[in-house]
Design a protein around this ligand. Structure first.
Ligand code: ADP
Length: 422
């Protein structure tokens, strides 16, 4: 601006001297305009071919504009480079991950996956983008997992192609309505678990026969009248301990049998009120029962299931209630049906269970008070057996308990399992 004023001033002076004021001023203005147009042209040409041209060497405000553009361009170039580095790092990281990752859109359509997911799920780059994951991973368990919509835990499926490959699939929410499918190969864990189960099953079977022989001899000797009183005392203890060992081995065999069978329990009619009435007779006749026992059958309906497993469920719960209820207490067993299905509950006025133990109660060998459980002949496997038998019948169990007051264990069976004899 000051330079333009100077030029105009000079033009005015020349105009005054020559007497051609208007022509001189117009000439000066025209020259200034032409110069600015030329600078604008240089700037525009440089912006257009920035990659191949150096920035024009302009002074004044045009020079400032060029410097500003150069600064913005440099910043953009830096951010672009950084972004490319981040993307490259992300790609390397996801390729190195031991797990497969699939990014899914709102309609479960595939947006992206890493090479591991491609290998495990048999997906193809580009070809499968945009297709729904459930159309490409065709597996009934995975489909019902998606339909259920409860993704807190993964679902384990057997891979259709390949040999014995087991995959764990878990959906994880992220972004807005998007999901990640995390895929892990859990074949090794499944194999180890199967080996563990086989080992427990084989070991318990191997122990059963020698134990029966030992228990038989101990029984005979303990009942022999010529045995010394001191030795008889030891024999009585041996008899008690061998009975406990037999109970543990029997429970281990039963648990292994239930665990090795993933399928549903058969649909064979079981007269539940009749079964419970028979059990009631046995409970009343039990010599170790010190509490009152009451049985309320509020339904004549029975169930479709495996009788031996249902017997195990009922007898374990009633047995526990009697074991953990001191003399003078009361145990009530109830069977009823309603619109939701069949229900069996056992309520006792016994020792109760503190809340922190409740979630772990159905674990194998989990005992609230190991001393008390062993003293009463408990194997620590009863509730694990109950849980597995219920699972095979599509059932579930609630436990409500208060320490020192008593507990209620309630089993729920689905309506589809409830039936009458005809
Ligand atoms: P156990 O053979 O030791 O009874 P269970 O698996 O049947 O094994 O039960 C696990 C633990 O749960 C028991 O050791 C006991 O501490 C607790 N428990 C089960 N039923 C009851 C009950 N009715 N009242 C109080 N505690 C119970």
């Amino acid at each position: 601006m000051p330079r333009l004023l100077l030029v105009l001033g000079l033009a005015a002076v020349v105009g005054l001297i020559t007497g051609q004021m208007l022509a001189c001023v117009l000439l000066a203005l025209g020259g200034a305009l032409a110069l600015n147009y030329y600078r604008l042209y240089l700037l525009e040409r440089w912006l257009r071919h920035r990659r191949n041209l150096d920035p024009p060497n302009l002074s004044g405000p045009w020079g400032d504009v060029v410097a500003l553009v150069v600064r913005i361009y440099r910043r953009k170039k830096f951010h672009k480079k950084r972004m490319l580095e981040v993307v490259r790092e992300f790609r390397q990281l996801t390729s190195a991950l031991p797990d497969g990752i699939v990014v899914l859109g709102r309609d479960r359509e595939i947006q992206w996956f890493n090479p591991k997911a491609a290998r495990m799920l048999g997906l193809q780059r580009k070809v499968d983008f945009g297709h729904r994951i459930d159309n490409l991973v065709r597996n009934p368990e995975f489909q019902s997992y998606l339909d259920r919509g409860d993704f807190a835990l993964p679902v384990v499926v057997r891979k259709l192609t390949g040999q014995d490959i087991h995959l764990s699939l878990q959906m994880v929410d992220y972004g807005e309505g998007q999901k990640l499918l995390v895929v892990r190969d859990v074949s090794r864990e499944i194999l180890i678990e199967a080996m563990r189960k086989d080992f427990v099953a084989n070991a318990s079977h191997e122990l059963r026969s020698p134990l029966t022989v030992i228990a038989g001899y101990v029984d005979t000797l303990a009942d022999d009248p010529i045995i010394d009183a001191d030795i008889r005392h030891a024999l009585e203890e041996m008899r008690r301990q061998s009975a406990r060992m037999q109970a543990v081995v029997d429970d281990l065999i039963e648990l292994s049998r239930l665990e090795s069978n993933d399928s549903e329990a058969p649909f064979i009619f079981v007269d539940v009120p009749g079964l419970l009435a028979l059990m009631r007779r046995d409970v009343i006749a039990r010599p170790d029962r010190t509490c009152e026992f009451q049985f309320e059958s509020e339904s004549v309906s029975g169930m479709l299931g495996a009788e031996s497993e249902l017997h195990s469920v009922f007898s374990n719960l009633i047995g526990n209630a009697i074991k953990y209820t001191p003399a003078g207490g009361r145990v009530v067993a109830r069977w009823w049906t309603d619109a939701h299905g069949g229900h069996f509950s056992v309520t006792d006025t016994g020792v109760g269970i503190a809340p922190e133990h409740l979630p772990r109660l159905t674990e194998r060998f989990y005992r609230v008070d190991p001393g008390r459980s062993r003293a009463s002949g408990g194997s620590g496997l009863g509730l694990a057996i109950v849980k597995h038998a219920l699972q095979r019948h599509g059932g579930s169990m609630d436990i409500v308990s208060e320490e020192g007051k008593g507990s209620t264990f309630t089993c729920h069976f689905p309506d589809a399992r409830i039936a009458t004899r005809d």
